[in-house]
Design a protein around this ligand. Structure first.
Ligand SMILES: Cc1cc2nc3c(=O)[nH]c(=O)nc-3n(C[C@H](O)[C@H](O)[C@H](O)COP(=O)(O)O)c2cc1C
Length: 183
């Protein structure tokens, strides 16, 4: 392990991890506002700010989204998308969805990490979810874009489950050999 500087921000980045089990309580208004403030501050190419985010906190809507998703991709699907034990939003009370035009994947990724690290710093857990993408395509896509007040041409880029953590998983390993300093 390389010698590093101890710092509160660095600490939050290093201890962020995916959380897939949440308590049922909704996050507070102030916590949500903090995440939004950090999302807004995310950098974007030429400050184009292409990302549009919907924070869904309506439990009935999340359940319906999950049913539509499972009806579309099949109910007998692999881990992380199982309806009975593991809806795509991992039973999180808040589900953020990022939409943008023009394939703004990089901008959405940077915003996603801002949200996830800020959430970690204020005691929340997050799980980034790409697998829900089929929900926002075709007929179901048109339905949910309308419900979320999202224009047809905006593309789903990523989802983020947000809530209070109800698990403390082992940290996932990383491959340090991919990082080489050339002097
Ligand atoms: C682009 C992206 C898509 C992901 N999609 C899913 C997903 O659909 N479902 C899920 O449970 N986790 C998803 N994850 C979480 C990853 O599995 C997780 O970040 C990875 O295993 C590393 O674990 P860690 O975040 O705890 O370090 C996704 C993460 C990223 C960055």
């Amino acid at each position: 392990m390389r010698e590093i500087i101890e710092n509160p921000v660095v600490e939050e980045i290093l201890t962020r991890q995916t959380i897939r089990t949440f308590t049922p309580e909704q996050i507070t208004e102030k916590e949500l506002n903090t995440l939004i403030a950090c999302a807004i501050k995310a950098p974007s190419g030429r400050n184009s700010q292409p990302c549009n985010v919907r924070f869904v906190q309506n439990a009935e809507m999340l359940k319906e989204m999950n049913i539509d998703f499972k009806n579309k991709i099949g109910w007998d699907t692999p881990a992380y998308t199982r309806w009975d034990t593991d809806p795509f939003y991992h039973d999180s009370p808040t589900f953020a969805v990022i939409f943008a035009e023009n394939k703004s994947y990089m901008d959405a990724g940077l915003m996603t990490e801002n949200i996830c690290v800020a959430a970690k710093a204020i005691g929340l857990g997050t799980c980034i979810v790409a697998s829900v993408a089929p929900l926002f395509e075709g007929e179901t896509g048109a339905k949910w874009k309308e419900k979320l007040n999202v224009p047809e041409q905006w593309e789903f880029l990523i989802g983020i489950c947000i809530g209070y953590p109800a698990e403390k998983p082992e940290y996932k390993p990383r491959d340090e050999s991919k990082f080489i300093v050339i002097k």
